[in-house]
Design a protein around this ligand. Sequence first.
Ligand SMILES: [Cu+2]
Length: 412
Amino acid sequence: MFIHIKNYVANVFLALTCLLAAGPNNAYAHGEKALEPFIRMRTIQWYDVHLTQDKLKINEEVTITGKFHVAEDWPRSVPKPDMAYLNVAVPGPVFIRTERYLSGQPLMSSVALKLGGDYDFKIVLKARIPGRYHIHPFFNLHDAGAVMGPGQWVDVTGDPAAFTNSVKTISGETVDMESFGFANGVSWHVFWIVLGTAWLLWWVRRPLFIPRFKMLKSGHGDALITPLDKTIAKAILVAVPLFVFGAYAMTESQYPNAIPLQAALDQIEPLPPAVNAGKVNIKVIRTEYRVPVRAMNMVAQIHNYSDQPIRIGEFASANLRFINPSLGQSGKNEDDTLVAAKGLVIDDDSLIQPGETKTVSMAAADALWETEKLDGLFRDADSRMGGLLFLYDPSGRRYIASISTSVIPKFD
Ligand SMILES: [Cu+2]
């Protein structure tokens, strides 16, 4: 038993040493794969995420646009998205966010998302510190965690000293956000730290727990607190609130029109359904994941209610994109590592005619299931998978269907 623990400690130590030795340049992942697979596949389903540029200079802006579907089959164990915050995952304050919109409306605070809704978003970032960063849009879901969108590398070059961030206040004055209020913030922190430490030291310098306990036991408890202690305590009790109110009154008179930090919840509706929404209905009958070949095999019944013949072009789940190569659709980025360009194989890939119901068997196969740690699904208490199926008619118009299915693992 003891040997066991010793080995374990040695292993942990070794692992930590390796991590440290690898250095920050090798630390590529930053939590994209950390959440349970069923959360990444069945909560926020990102698609069409696009960056306007991946090389920018200090002070230049990059706009991230994209869409996401809020899965209907939201996992039972994940709190509903009644409070969600859209942000961008970057390593530290290397950008500033200057604008943010959801479904065309300015997004100020957190937002409640509606299950089954589709939203589009737009975030504008301004480069602040040079470097090479992997940036992702992501949703912070209250009580659940961060669901990452697809990431992309961005290079920022230039002189960090040239960065400017000034805004015009409502009183008409222009302030530099990089330094505004900094001295004030530091002074308040120093003030409270000094006051708190002094009060602590005042008591710590005397005999502590055991001598005090003994005095208390022997009935000399009164001697532990001197009249001077009481005087100081009373002075602090009066002086601190007075000081705080005084400072507050000064701030009020100096900045009469201040807007407090906003704590309300934004109410933003999903996008109106696309004209062809609901024209394709997909019922997944059976899904097996074949562990050795890393293939998700789905048998699905597809009802085409539209007036156009359609074909399956892509299956997307947890930011992985499995493309049907015979269709070669959907503007994929060649160096996007999360795209399996030949990942989707369909047994009967002929057109599904208007009004037709066809049962097809699809295989989304790629090592990405494993490298993205989605194959851990079977070790979860919730082995359901979800994703978006993109279908196209001959004119290239896209039909999106959200699917959800339980998955049976196959080990042969
Ligand atoms: Cu990343």
